[in-house]
Write a protein that binds this ligand. Structure first.
Ligand SMILES: Nc1ncnc2c1ncn2[C@@H]1O[C@H](COP(=O)(O)OP(=O)(O)O)[C@@H](O)[C@H]1O
Ligand SMILES: [Mg+2]
Length: 269
């Protein structure tokens, strides 16, 4: 990736002309079409768009979960090959948080085990200390260490999922509708936790949501997707001011804020 002379910011994540496919032959689905964007280090970049437009597909491809893609992908200047599984260093640097925190945690594993497993695989030291620090960081406290997922609320489970990603000290967090399954008040708490994480650790976020209000609240820049393609990339402030160019973005804005030209941000408690 060439550094842009006019823009000194470091690029954390680079996608250039990326296509992603599901299935084979006549059933082949071209789910993501010629998508290009860059996320700067420490930035929160949003992907927004209706159901089925390809947001999760982009994140799953970046996380190395779905294989059939082509184009250029680079993380912190390191290009990734579409022909190989991502190397171990990449799998540490890029962590994903899923919409459903219950589905993403093993029901019969304690929180301790869920948090330590990947650290054991990757040969981390001081695992107990890191587990305790992560529980503190996500506001759960150490008494949660030996509980099971079913003993936790939805918001607490999502905090565990965030802690499980953070123990690996990722550079980039891929957040797939991380608060969509939570009640509104809990949603605001988890969003605030994520903002604290970003402020304290400088983690780069690629943040997916169908909710333009959440995106405007969390992100610096946003790519709007429709049917697998990015139709417009814009500063989030332009969503707040209603200054959007593409008709589809206007439509999303009107659906999200029918009575108001601009979104009312989620208030910080
Ligand atoms: N595992 C899969 N197999 C086949 N098609 C899929 C699979 N996952 C998603 N798709 C299709 O890919 C497209 C994009 O889906 P997705 O990325 O989940 O959208 P979004 O997250 O924006 O709602 C949709 O047409 C969806 O039906
Ligand atoms: Mg999705």
């Amino acid at each position: 990736m060439k550094p842009n002379e006019e823009d000194p910011r470091e690029v954390a994540l680079h996608c250039h002309h990326v296509d992603v496919f599901y299935g084979q032959g006549a059933r082949r689905n071209h789910a993501v079409r010629d998508v290009s964007f860059q996320v700067y280090r420490g930035e929160t970049f949003g992907l927004v768009g209706g159901s089925g437009c390809g947001k999760s597909t982009i994140l799953r491809m970046l996380a190395g979960l779905d294989g059939d893609w082509r184009g250029e992908v680079a993380v912190l200047g390191q290009a990734r090959s579409a022909r190989e599984k991502p190397p171990a260093a990449y799998r540490l640097q890029v962590q994903m948080i899923f919409q459903d925190p219950f589905g993403s945690l093993h029901p019969r594993h304690t929180i301790d085990r869920s948090l330590s497993e990947a650290m054991h695989v990757h040969g981390f030291d001081r695992i107990e200390q890191r587990v305790l620090a992560a529980l503190d960081r996500v506001g759960l406290g150490r008494s949660f260490r030996f509980r099971f997922p079913h003993q936790l609320s939805g918001g607490q489970r999502q905090r565990v999922a965030i802690a499980r990603a953070l123990v690996l000290e990722p550079q980039i967090l891929l957040l797939d509708e991380p608060t969509s399954s939570l009640d509104a008040s809990i949603q605001a708490e988890v969003l605030n936790l994520l903002m604290d994480v970003r402020r304290d650790l400088g983690t780069t976020f690629l943040f997916v949501s169908h909710d333009l209000g959440v995106i405007a609240h969390m992100c610096e820049r946003v790519a709007v997707m429709q049917q697998g393609a990015i139709v417009e990339t814009l500063p989030a402030a332009r969503i707040t001011s209603g200054d959007v160019a593409h008709p589809y973005t206007r439509e999303l804005l009107a659906n999200c804020f029918p009575h108001h030209a601009a979104p009312v941000g989620l208030e910080t408690p």
